[in-house]
Design a protein around this ligand. Structure first.
Ligand code: GCB
Length: 630
């Protein structure tokens, strides 16, 4: 059904994606303070997912091409959502008058310019967070229009993640970057139209306080509206999972007290629903808007070297993941998403890190619903010029300098933090913000770069602890920023990049280093990465690198060490599954193979060994393990 008030795309929907363009003007005007669209009595929602026409630009200068002024022929077409890269076999509702129609993109990687007919209507920088544009005054209800999206996949020192473009001997531009996953680009997540009335809720923030040893709770809420709050009357209602009303208020900001509460617990999720309604200011209770958020009541705390959820120490088991699948690239795929969560349940994982960028909102909703703990990471990966595919170059590097990662980069990085915290602040599953992965925290300039970012994140969310994933070269002596954070996430490759093939030495080295971190800071340690590339089907009697036996034994060696270090409160194997990486690296054969599942999600021997430790043996007895995902 096509609702009356929303404009229509022409049947021969003409949408264009431009790869590797240099967008001359800065993309702005896209509102990133967007609530995930909902369909209810007051809001309409129409999906624009489907088959879009596709074209590469004829010029690097978008203005020269003005592709949005033309109809793009359907000779090349792409599915939305999906990364476009692996698709081709070619390298190269109601009263119509007073409603607002909003066009929302869940993610366009990395930069978008949006055109309606010949008009440039919005832009957004940042490939993994949503943005929207109010098109009410641009296209009339029922009118047909042409929607064109220009996508820029270029990474520079001033983008997050960073990269640089080199021109080779043949004059061809080549994108280089320091992170170890393929630079997938495109309209990676859903596109939708939604409509709201003249007055609507434009933001909701919910925080929870657990009281009386978990028997009671306070739910603090704060909603804002697009217009003067006096233009409507709020009604706030909290429902339990059975749909019973358990508390209510008639203010936009306030607290709801619960004398008996179902806590959101890892592995045993319980979600209340907080509904914020706007009613007409005078006269009858006419519904102007309605929006619901799921609320998991839980507390998160770091105390000494313990990580506590609802006052009890937890031990995290799981993975660093990627949004990556054959053909779709980084395109949102509900089948892969749910299959991945099922495999995590099968193996006994109770948590994961959104390495190395914010994942689709559907992933976060699923984690909330099923009690899976999430370390939520911004796309600040590769702020480390000397590092490539886990290996270091011998050249001296200067990551933080006026010419490389500079104040401008930091402002873009700050914006990724604002957008992630804004998007994910109400997710009970999110217990830690990760502000970067493997930066050159051992280099000069690191502290000056990161200190303001940590301050910003703490201002934006005073309720959750902060972390970053530390790289192996930034040892306890060399690292300059660890004291700014609450939890020490360590990426370590003993037995792989160091002590390759020598697990006995690796065990000594790993234990020594973890003891140093523990003694120096006394904070909880989460092993955010450890693992070994493994070619599925390679078996050896004597465990050698790349064999399934070696991967299993490296993990077992690491676990012996973790079990001896009191401050270790979590183990996230790198990686959940194989994933695609940049084509230029000789360290990678058709991608990174450290997954305990292959890219098409088949278990390697290590998966069975992990299942034995995480489910059958039970890790670290007495540590208050959280149960595996429900
Ligand atoms: C790391 C990075 C991760 C890489 C991994 C590896 O330290 O954080 O992005 O994929 O090493 O396999 O080298």
């Amino acid at each position: 059904m096509f609702p009356s008030c929303i404009p229509r795309l022409r049947p021969s929907a003409v949408l264009v994606l431009l790869a590797l363009t240099g967008l001359s003007s800065c993309a702005d005007g896209g509102n990133w303070k967007t609530l995930k669209p909902q369909a209810n009595a007051a809001r309409e929602l129409v999906s624009l997912d489907g088959i879009w026409n596709f074209a590469l630009p004829t010029s690097i200068d978008l203005e020269e091409d003005k592709a949005w002024t033309k109809n793009i022929p359907p000779s090349l077409q792409i599915p939305v959502p999906a990364s476009y890269n692996d698709i081709f076999a070619d390298q190269n509702i109601r009263d119509t008058s007073k409603r607002r129609n909003i066009l929302r993109f869940d993610a366009v990687t990395h930069e978008a310019r949006v055109f309606i007919n010949d008009r440039d209507v919005a832009g957004h920088i940042g490939g993994y967070t949503p943005f929207e544009v109010d098109v009410t005054d641009i296209v009339a209800p029922g009118e047909q229009f042409r929607l064109t999206v220009a996508v820029n996949n270029i990474l520079t020192s001033q983008t997050i993640p960073p990269g640089n473009v080199e021109v080779d001997e043949t004059g061809k531009r080549r994108q280089l970057y320091n992170h170890d996953f393929f630079n997938y680009a495109g309209i990676a997540r859903s596109v939708s139209f939604y409509s709201v009335g003249e007055v609507y809720v434009d933001d909701i923030t919910v925080t929870t306080e657990v009281k009386d040893q978990g028997k009671g709770a306070t739910i603090n809420f704060s909603a804002t509206t697009n217009k003067d709050p006096k233009s409507s009357r709020p009604r706030v209602t909290l429902f339990d999972e059975e749909g019973n009303e358990v508390a209510s208020a008639s203010t936009l900001q306030g607290s709801l007290e619960l004398s008996s509460v179902h806590l959101w617990q890892p592995g045993v999720a319980y979600l209340y629903r907080l509904r914020v309604e706007l009613l007409s200011a005078k006269g009858k209770d006419t519904l102007l808007d309605s929006y619901e958020v799921s609320v998991g009541v839980r507390s998160v705390e770091v105390r000494g070297n313990e990580f506590l959820i609802n006052g009890s120490p937890v031990y995290l088991t799981g993975f660093g993941k990627h949004e990556d699948s054959p053909v779709r690239g980084k395109g949102y795929d509900p089948a892969y998403m749910i299959h991945d969560f099922q495999l995590m349940k099968w193996i006994g994982a109770n948590s994961f890190r959104t390495s190395h960028y914010p994942y689709a909102e559907e992933v976060m909703d699923y984690a909330d619903r099923h009690g899976i703990v999430v370390i939520d990471e911004v796309p600040a990966v590769g702020l480390n010029i000397g590092l490539s595919a886990g290996t270091s170059t011998d050249e001296p590097t200067l990551t933080f300098s006026e010419k490389t990662i500079n104040n401008q980069t930091r402002e873009v990085h700050a914006q990724t933090i604002r957008e992630l915290i804004h998007r994910d602040k109400n997710h009970a599953s999110v217990v830690l913000w990760s502000l970067t992965n493997e930066p050159a925290s051992n280099e000069e300039g690191a502290r000056a770069y990161f200190e303001p970012l940590v301050e910003l994140a703490r201002e934006l969310d005073p309720t959750r602890p902060m972390t970053f994933a530390n790289v192996m070269y930034a040892t306890p002596e060399a690292d300059r920023i660890m004291d700014l954070f609450d939890v020490m996430c360590l990426n370590r490759y003993y037995g792989w990049y160091v002590n390759t093939g020598d697990l006995a030495s690796a065990e000594i080295g790993l234990e020594q280093e973890l003891n140093e971190w523990q003694d120096k800071y006394g904070k909880p340690i989460i092993m955010s990465e450890y693992g070994a590339d493994t070619l599925a089907g390679t078996h050896t009697v004597i465990a050698v690198p790349w064999s399934e036996e070696y991967q299993t034994q490296l993990l077992q060696m690491s676990h012996r060490v973790f079990d001896r270090i009191e401050s270790v409160v979590g183990e996230h194997v790198w990686n959940f599954a194989g994933f695609q990486t940049a084509s230029k690296s000789i360290y990678r054969v058709d991608g990174n193979k450290k997954g305990v599942f292959t890219r098409d999600r088949k278990p390697k021997a290590a998966a069975h060994a992990l299942r034995t430790r995480w489910l059958e043996e039970g890790v670290r007895k007495g540590q208050g393990n959280v149960t595996a995902a429900a």
